[in-house]
Design a protein around this ligand. Structure first.
Ligand SMILES: Cc1ncc(COP(=O)(O)O)c(C=O)c1O
Length: 400
């Protein structure tokens, strides 16, 4: 059930624009984050991986509650700086850092830079020397470990960092303009089972500590990335951050770690966001009930990329029996399949669907230009005030 207050705001946006949009409840975001911040051990630092949702209002809520921001491109860096957040509260991850970008990060006082290749180390050292600064860096490592697939690559060979043996080919002591403060490792994402996270983290930490000794590099900071899952499937229980926090505190004790960092994406913002679109056609095809919606993977491509649907409900459900519908967006590809859901059987053209858990990897993880449909809007509620910082747009706004 959508809360009555939230539904009222959503209906205002529908009345005003009558086009698909994202809706974020930043009051919910704030209370979720406050509960996390309140229990945080002083040696555990949380960053926000802003690839999940880089909207400036979202960034500000996170910053105000003590989260640093993780950026993975110059676009994200500029969005963070343009939102009034200083470089000192930023960490830079990502495999695609050029020499110029590394220099740009240092010029903007970015606090910590995660080096993901030997080239990045060389360029970072050169850029720091040129600018007369010493910069903090974390060394990103990927393990060859049979733990299975993941959206982050899992045990596949990926562009994220280097393997331990690869790093050991290099003498990092020669780089006098870099303070190597620790390591970064993150290969398994969207995990719902705290026990599984614990066993992954133990394995990661053991490998990193052994590599740190071999490289003679400090492991003062152990950055475990993100990876906390959210309930996309019916019946799944939400992760309790207290339990995760306890695991991290125990990990710190067990391995005598100084500080643990994480950059969370999905777990921070997914729950506060919803995607809304309306039904434009209803039909039965070879015995299957189908709904065709105004927006689809052009507005939320994550569904097609991962094969995992956002949970879906009718915005105004009736009490009639539910039947299974196959829900498709408007694109001329069968990939535009938003999922199969049990929904009230009397749904009709013009009714609205609400997809939940869409506050992370939603708006910016989309392919909005394909087929020149409308671009979704972005609306939010904060202190119970409704704001629409991004009204929906038509193709006239961007076609040339
Ligand atoms: C380096 C890094 N850190 C953190 C995250 C956030 O991961 P999650 O959304 O699973 O918390 C990502 C996601 O791709 C990432 O690449």
């Amino acid at each position: 059930m959508v809360k009555a207050e939230t539904k009222k705001h959503i209906e205002t946006v529908i009345d005003r624009f009558d086009a698909s949009f994202y809706f974020y409840d930043l009051d919910l975001l704030r209370s979720h984050l406050s509960a996390m911040a309140e229990i945080l051990d002083p040696d555990i630092k949380l960053w926000y991986a802003c690839k999940a949702n880089p909207m400036s209002a979202v960034l500000k809520v996170l910053r105000n509650l003590g989260f640093g921001i993780d950026v993975a491109s110059s676009g994200e860096l500029h969005q963070v700086l343009n939102s009034g957040i200083k470089g000192e509260h930023v960490i830079a991850t990502g495999p695609g850092k050029s020499r110029d970008y590394l220099e740009h990060l240092i010029k903007n006082e970015v606090k910590t830079i995660v080096v993901e290749s030997y080239n990045q180390v060389v360029w970072l050292d050169e850029a720091a020397q040129k600018l007369g600064k010493k910069v903090d860096a974390l060394i990103r490592v990927q393990l060859d470990w049979n733990e299975g697939k993941s959206v982050l690559g899992g045990d596949a060979i990926t562009p994220f960092g280097l393997g331990p043996e690869d790093w050991k080919q290099h003498d990092l002591q020669q780089f006098k303009n870099i303070n190597f403060k620790g390591f970064h490792i993150f290969q398994w994402g969207n995990i719902m089972d705290p026990k599984k996270l614990e066993s992954i983290w133990e394995k990661c930490v053991e490998n990193i500590l052994s590599l740190a000794a071999d490289l003679n590099v400090s492991a003062e900071i152990m950055d475990l990335g993100g990876g906390l899952g959210v309930p996309y499937k019916e019946g799944q229980t939400k992760i309790d951050f207290k339990e995760i926090h306890e695991i991290l505190v125990n990990l710190k004790k067990k391995y005598n770690l100084k500080t643990i960092w994480m950059e969370l994406g999905r777990f921070t913002t997914a729950e506060c966001g919803n995607y809304l679109t309306k039904i434009v056609d209803v039909k039965e095809v070879r015995g299957k009930k189908l709904l065709v919606t105004e927006g689809g993977i052009n507005h939320c491509a994550r569904v097609a990329l991962t094969g995992q649907a956002f949970p879906c409900k009718a915005l105004s459900p009736s009490n009639v029996k539910k039947v299974n519908f196959q829900v498709h967006g408007p694109l001329c590809t069968a990939l535009d399949h938003l999922g199969d859901f049990d929904l009230p059987e009397d749904l009709k053209i013009g009714d609205w669907l609400i997809f939940t858990m869409a506050g992370a990897y939603g708006f910016t993880e989309s392919m909005p230009y394909f087929l020149c449909h409308k671009l979704p809007g972005e609306a939010l509620v904060y202190n119970n005030d409704l704001m629409v910082p991004r009204p929906p747009k038509t193709s006239y706004d961007w076609m040339i």
